[in-house]
Design a protein around this ligand. Structure first.
Ligand SMILES: [Fe+2]
Length: 472
C-alpha cells in the first residue's frame, strides 16, 4: 500500500520534462544551417552523453510531425570536457508558421519549445542587429530581454560574439545563459531556441588563434551552422584565418570544426525579400585580392531579384570614433556595394551606434596605407583615402529615398562603450556621419514590410535614440 502511494505520488510529482534534461551542456538552439533555405532550420544542442539515442519531433498547424535525421560533431579539445554537438535539420517547414518541437532522449521528452519558421517573400518581418555582445555585462543581458520583447524573426550579430578569445569556456558564461536562457528576465532570454541568430566573425572570434595557448579557441566553427557557400580561395590566400598549433591541438581542432573551417567566414543567404551577404573583415583579409572581390561582386549580382540587399561584417570602413578610426580597409568595397545596389551595411567592432548619410565613395588607390602603432611594430590600421558624395537630402522621415549606401555601426551590444564624449561633440564626427550615439548600450530593431524598411535604435532604457525609414 505504502509502495503504491509512493508510485502515485511520484507520477504526480514527476514533471512532464524528464530529468534527462541534465544531459544538456547547451540546450537546443536554432541556426539557419549549413545549407540554409527558406523552408528549413537547423537545431543544435551540446551534450557530454555519447549515447546516440536522440530524436527530434516537430509539428506545424497540428498536422505534420516528423522525425529529423541527426548528425553530430565531436569536440575533444584541451581545456574542456569532451562533448558532442548534435545537428537536426527541420525540413519542409511551412513558411511563417509556428513550429512546436521536442527533443527526445531514450524515447523521453527532455526539451520542448516553439520556433518561428522563416517567412516568405513580402511577408512582413523584423530582426535585431547587435554586435560586440558576449561580454557578460548587465547591459548585454538587458538588451537580450528587450530583443526578446520585440519578438523578432532573427538576430544578426556583426561580430565579436564572445570575448576575449572566442573560447568554448567563454561561450559557457557569456553567451548561452544570456541568449538561450530558460526564462526571460534581467539575466537573459530564451531567444535562440525560438529564432536563429546569424553572425559575422569578429577579431575576438577568430583573430586570436594560438591553439597551443588557447586550445578551446575558434569555437565559432563548433557552435554555429551557417551556409558553406563562401569563396574557394586556395591555400587560404589571405582570405581565411590561419592558426598556430602543435599536431595534437591542430588535429583536435580540425576534427571538431569539420567542414565549417574555414569556409564559414563568408556566406550569403536569403530571408524573406532580402539578400544577406556576410563577410570577414578581419585584419588578415586582403581586400585587394581580386578573387575575393569578384566573389563579392558576383554574389550581389546574383541577388538582383531581392527587394533588399544587406551586407554584414565586423570592422566598419566609415567610422567617426577615435577608437579603431584607422581600420578603414572595408572602404575598398564601397564601389562594389554601390554597383551591387546594397541598401544598408551593418557592422560592429566600434562599441557605439553610428549611421552614415547615404554615400558613394571612390578610393584614391586600390590599396591601403598601413599605419603603425606607437611602438612601430604593431599595426594600428589600414587607411583608405578617397572622395565621397553624401546625400544630405535623405532624412529617413520625409525623404525616404537614399542615394547611396547607408553604413550602420551597431556595436553597442554589451562590451564597454567607446568614445561616449563624442556623442555631443559633433565637430569630432567625420563628414559622412549623420548620427552618433555612444552614451548607452543599444540595439538596432529593423522592420521590413515589402518595400518599406524601418530601423529604430533602442537603448537599455527602451529609449529610441535614432529612427529612419527607407521606401523603395
Ligand atoms: Fe572587434
Amino acid at each position: 500500500m505504502y509502495k503504491l502511494l509512493l508510485m502515485v505520488m511520484s507520477i504526480i510529482i514527476l514533471p512532464n520534462i524528464s530529468s534527462a534534461q541534465n544531459n544538456f551542456l547547451v540546450k537546443p538552439y536554432l541556426q539557419v544551417g549549413y545549407n540554409a533555405n527558406s523552408t528549413s532550420l537547423e537545431l543544435l544542442w551540446h551534450t557530454t552523453d555519447t549515447n546516440n539515442n536522440w530524436e527530434v519531433q516537430y509539428v506545424q498547424n497540428n498536422k505534420s510531425a516528423k522525425l529529423a535525421p541527426l548528425t553530430l560533431n565531436k569536440v575533444n579539445v584541451k581545456n574542456t570536457t569532451p562533448f558532442i554537438v548534435y545537428h537536426a535539420i527541420l525540413n519542409d517547414l511551412q513558411p511563417g508558421v509556428i513550429i512546436n518541437y521536442s527533443v527526445l532522449f531514450n524515447g523521453k521528452k527532455v526539451f520542448e519549445s516553439q520556433a518561428k519558421a522563416p517567412k516568405i517573400f513580402n511577408e512582413p518581418y523584423s530582426f535585431i542587429a547587435i554586435g560586440d555582445i558576449g561580454a557578460e555585462k548587465q547591459d548585454q543581458k538587458k538588451l537580450a530581454l528587450i530583443a526578446n520583447n520585440l519578438n523578432p524573426d532573427f538576430v544578426a550579430v556583426p561580430g565579436d560574439i564572445v570575448y576575449d578569445n572566442g573560447l568554448v569556456s567563454e561561450y559557457a558564461n557569456k553567451f548561452w545563459p544570456i541568449y538561450n536562457a530558460d526564462i526571460a528576465d534581467s539575466n537573459g532570454a530564451p531567444l535562440m531556441r525560438s529564432i536563429p541568430f546569424i553572425a559575422a566573425v569578429g577579431n575576438h572570434d577568430v583573430d586570436n588563434s594560438d591553439l597551443d595557448k588557447y586550445p578551446d579557441a575558434l569555437a565559432y566553427y563548433y557552435f554555429w551552422a551557417q551556409p558553406l557557400n563562401g569563396p574557394e580561395i586556395k591555400e587560404f590566400a589571405s582570405a581565411y584565418p590561419t592558426f598556430k598549433a602543435n599536431d595534437n591541438n591542430k588535429n583536435a581542432f580540425l576534427n571538431a570544426a569539420g567542414k565549417a573551417y574555414p569556409k564559414m567566414n563568408y556566406f550569403s543567404y536569403n530571408y524573406g525579400n532580402a539578400h544577406w551577404l556576410v563577410i570577414d573583415a578581419d585584419n588578415y583579409v586582403d581586400w585587394t585580392n581580386k578573387e575575393l572581390l569578384d566573389w563579392v561582386k558576383q554574389d550581389l549580382q546574383n541577388a538582383s531579384s531581392a527587394t533588399w540587399r544587406f551586407v554584414m561584417f565586423h570592422q566598419p570602413g566609415f567610422n567617426s570614433s577615435r577608437e579603431h578610426f584607422e581600420q578603414q580597409q572595408m572602404r575598398l568595397l564601397a564601389p562594389i556595394f554601390e554597383s551591387g545596389n546594397v541598401d544598408v551595411v551593418f557592422t560592429g567592432h566600434v562599441h557605439n551606434y553610428q549611421r552614415s548619410y547615404p554615400l558613394t565613395f571612390i578610393p584614391d588607390k586600390k590599396g591601403t596605407l598601413l599605419i603603425g602603432g606607437k611602438d612601430n611594430k604593431t599595426l594600428r590600421g589600414r587607411v583608405v583615402n578617397g572622395k565621397w558624395t553624401l546625400d544630405k537630402n535623405f532624412d529617413g522621415n520625409f525623404n525616404k529615398k537614399p542615394k547611396g549606401v547607408i553604413y550602420v555601426v551597431t556595436g553597442a551590444g554589451g562590451a564597454d562603450l567607446y568614445n561616449p564624449e563624442q556623442t555631443i561633440d559633433t565637430d569630432s564626427w567625420q563628414k559622412f556621419t549623420n548620427k552618433f550615439f555612444a552614451t548607452a548600450h543599444s540595439l538596432s530593431y529593423i522592420q521590413i514590410n515589402g518595400n518599406s524598411f524601418k530601423l529604430q535604435q533602442i537603448t537599455t532604457q527602451g529609449k529610441v535614440v535614432d529612427s529612419f525609414e527607407i521606401e523603395k
